[in-house]
Write a protein that binds this ligand. Structure first.
Ligand code: PAF
Length: 286
């Protein structure tokens, strides 16, 4: 695909580094937004935030095979590179980095990353391969781009916690910024996977944030967490979700469980639930 008029696209680490080091020589700071493409307003808000914090913004578009299990939707994950490039240009991005799988993962690469506790439980229980794959690609992307600041969405809250720990533990010199979830007019968290939903499923999906808000209110009022979480699970099934992986109220800082069984500090409620073949996640502050 040729570059869009406003947005250069690079596909190799060498070309990326040449561009970014040129900016740095001119004294510009660099912001970075990693994505898997199929961009929506939520991603564009990350790009605009990066633009507020740095002189030049790089966005990567890379559907990362390492974070998908064999049975997951890697093959059918939405891909729309030309549209993504237009949207990025409109949001003020200065460079799109869209490497091929072979550029990111040479055939003889053997290194893996295990983040430990923040990657365990919640998403880690249901998608055990995911955070190893996320940590590996995020570490590589941060090394490749070498940004001053990188912006991630709170929509993937556990991912944000994992990335913060990764950056701290590996002494990667970058500021990580978490941006609140962007929602549609009905409160549904924007997600590339919403594109899979039928009209009827969309109507059910829009109930998820309301149920989370109710759990949060009950938990904040001192409700016993196992009971409050069980009620929320029932409420989601009653709303029409076909299956609930988890609804959990956890410590906001590290996603550990509240040992007292009630909320006694900053908390986050998180859920993952299925509508047919589509798995949705959402979370909010309690
Ligand atoms: O959040 C995502 O889209 C992905 O997990 C990320 C951070 C781009 C890594 O592939």
């Amino acid at each position: 695909m040729p570059d869009t008029p406003d947005l250069p696209i690079v596909r190799t680490i060498a070309d990326l580094r040449q561009m970014v080091s040129g900016w740095k020589r001119q004294g510009f700071t660099v912001g970075f937004v990693p994505t898997m493409g199929a961009l929506h307003e939520g991603h564009l808000a990350l790009v605009r935030e990066a633009g507020e914090r740095a002189d030049r913004v790089v966005a990567s578009v890379f559907v990362n095979p390492a974070q998908f299990a064999a049975h997951e939707d890697l093959g059918s994950y939405p891909r729309q590179e030309a549209r993504d490039a237009e949207l990025l240009a409109g949001a003020g991005c200065a460079l799109m980095y869209a490497p091929a799988v072979g550029e990111m993962y040479p055939a003889d690469a053997t290194t893996s990353i295990s983040v430990g506790a923040p990657a365990e439980g919640l998403e880690g229980d249901f998608r055990p391969q995911m955070f190893g794959g996320v940590a590996l690609v995020v570490a590589k992307l941060l090394n490749q781009v070498q940004p001053d600041v990188a912006v991630f969405g709170e929509k993937d809250y556990q991912q944000l916690i994992v990335v913060n720990r990764l950056v701290r533990d590996l002494d990667i010199s970058v500021g990580i910024v978490g941006l609140p979830t962007i929602r549609d007019g009905h409160g549904l968290a924007l997600s590339s996977r919403n594109a899979y939903l039928s009209e009827a499923e969309l109507a059910v999906a829009r109930r998820l944030n309301g149920v989370l808000a109710e759990v949060g209110a009950k938990a904040a009022a001192g409700g016993p967490l196992p009971a409050v979480e069980a009620e929320a699970r029932e409420a989601l099934l009653h709303a029409g979700f076909s299956h609930v992986d988890y609804v959990a109220v956890r410590r906001a800082g590290d996603l550990g469980a509240f040992e007292s069984g009630t909320v006694d500090g900053p908390a986050r409620v998180l859920a993952a639930a299925w509508l047919g073949k589509t798995r949705l996640i959402d979370n909010m502050a309690v």
